[in-house]
Design a protein around this ligand. Structure first.
Ligand code: PEP
Ligand code: MN
Length: 337
C-alpha cells in the first residue's frame, strides 16, 4: 500500500506515522518527492487498515500498489530517481556514460584506460576484478589486487569506480574499494546476494538476467530496494534469443517501457548486448534515442590485447567519436550528453 502524505505534512507527523507502522511489524519506506512524499508500506496490510491510516495527521490518502514491484513502481514515486555517482547523477537530464575494460589486467592498463575514458567525458570507470566466466579455466580476475588498481585509477583521474560483486563472501571487500556495485546478468536472480548488496547502501547497477522478463527484472530490483537501498540503476545488457549474428539480442524496447513503469534510472550495455565492436556505436545512439539515462561501454587502450571480451571492446578513437556523436542524439530527445 502507498500512503500519500499531504504536501504540507509536518515532519513530526511523518515520524510518528513511520513509528506506528513499524510498531505494527510492517516496513515503511519513505520516498521523498519534490512536491509531496509517500510512504510505501510493505507487509501484511490487514494489520493497518486504510481507514486507520487515513485518519492519521499528515495523511492525504492511501492507495493499493497494483504492480508486484512496489518500491520500484511509478505508482509509488512519480518523479525520476536521480542517483549520484561522484559529481554526476544518473536519471537526470544528462546521459551518463560509464566505461572501462571488461577486466582489470594491471595497474598500468587500468590507469591508462581511466585516462582515456575521462578525457572523453565518461562519468565513471568500470572494470571487473571478479569475473563471472562460463569456463572455470578462464581468467577469473585479479580480485583484491584488481580492486587496489581500480582505487589507484580513481586517485589518478578522480573518476568514481564501478565493479562487479560475484558472491556474498566478497561483498565487504568489494564495498570497501568501490563507489558503485555491479550485479551481473548471471546473478540477477541470486536473491540472497541482492538482499546483501541492498544492505550496503552504495549505488547498485543491476544487469538484466539474460533470460529474465521485465517483471522478473523489476522484482529483482525490489529485493535491493526493500533493504532500504534506494540507489538501483537498471541495466539492459541483451537477452538470449534464437538469433546468432550477435552475442545476445539487445532489447532496446525495454528502455521506454521501463521508464513508464519505474522511476529508477535505466542504462544500456551495447558491448555485451551485441558482442560486436562495430555495433557499439549505432546501438549506443539507439539507446539514447529511446530514452536511456546512460550507457555502459567496454573500452581498452588496445582492444586486441584485451584479456576478456576483446571483440566487443572499442578503442580510444572510437570512444571519442561515440561520445561526440551522442550529443546531437541526446539533444534531439531533450537530454544532454
Ligand atoms: C561485464 O559487465 O563485464 C559482464 C560480465 O556483464 P554481464 O553480467 O552483462 O555478462
Ligand atoms: Mn565484459
Amino acid at each position: 500500500m502507498i500512503i500519500v502524505l499531504k504536501p504540507d505534512a509536518k515532519k513530526l507527523d511523518t515520524d510518528n506515522l513511520l513509528k506506528k507502522i513499524e510498531d505494527a511489524n510492517l516496513k515503511p519506506i519513505l520516498l521523498e518527492g519534490t512536491h509531496r512524499s509517500v510512504i510505501a508500506v510493505i507487509g501484511d496490510e490487514r494489520k493497518m487498515p486504510a481507514e486507520f491510516l487515513e485518519a492519521q495527521p499528515g495523511v492525504e490518502k492511501t492507495m493499493p500498489i497494483l504492480a508486484p514491484y512496489k518500491i520500484a513502481s511509478r505508482e509509488t514515486k512519480i518523479d525520476n530517481t536521480e542517483i549520484k555517482i561522484g559529481e554526476n547523477t544518473l536519471g537526470g537530464k544528462k546521459v551518463g556514460v560509464i566505461a572501462g575494460p571488461c577486466t582489470v589486467e594491471s595497474e598500468e592498463q587500468i590507469v591508462s584506460v581511466a585516462k582515456i575514458v575521462k578525457a572523453s567525458g565518461a562519468i565513471a570507470l568500470r572494470g571487473g576484478a571478479f569475473k563471472p566466466r562460463t569456463n572455470p579455466y578462464s581468467f577469473q580476475g585479479l580480485q583484491e589486487e584488481g580492486l587496489k588498481y581500480l582505487a589507484t585509477a580513481r586517485k589518478e583521474t578522480g573518476l568514481p569506480i564501478v565493479t562487479e560483486v560475484l558472491s556474498e563472501k566478497s561483498i565487504d571487500m568489494v564495498a570497501k574499494y568501490t563507489d558503485v556495485i555491479q550485479i551481473g546478468t548471471r546473478n540477477m536472480a541470486n536473491f540472497e546476494l541482492l538482499k546483501a548488496v541492498g544492505e550496503v547502501k552504495k549505488p547498485v547497477i543491476l544487469k538484466r538476467g539474460m533470460a529474465a522478463t521485465l517483471e522478473e527484472f523489476l522484482q529483482a530490483a525490489e529485493y535491493i530496494l526493500s533493504q532500504d537501498n534506494p540507489n538501483v540503476i537498471l541495466c539492459e545488457r541483451g537477452i538470449r534469443t534464437f538469433e546468432t549474428h550477435t552475442r545476445f539480442t539487445l532489447s532496446l524496447s525495454i528502455v521506454p517501457q521501463l521508464k513508464e513503469l519505474t522511476h529508477l534510472p535505466v542504462i544500456v550495455d551495447p558491448s555485451h548486448g551485441t558482442g560486436k565492436r562495430n555495433l557499439v556505436n549505432p546501438m549506443s545512439k539507439g539507446a539514447v534515442a529511446v530514452g536511456a539515462d546512460g550507457l555502459l561501454i567496454e573500452v581498452h587502450h588496445d582492444p586486441e590485447a584485451s584479456f576478456v571480451d576483446g571483440p566487443q571492446t572499442i578503442n580510444e578513437d572510437d570512444f571519442k567519436t561515440l561520445m561526440l556523436e551522442l550529443k546531437p542524439i541526446a539533444n534531439a530527445v531533450n537530454r544532454e550528453a
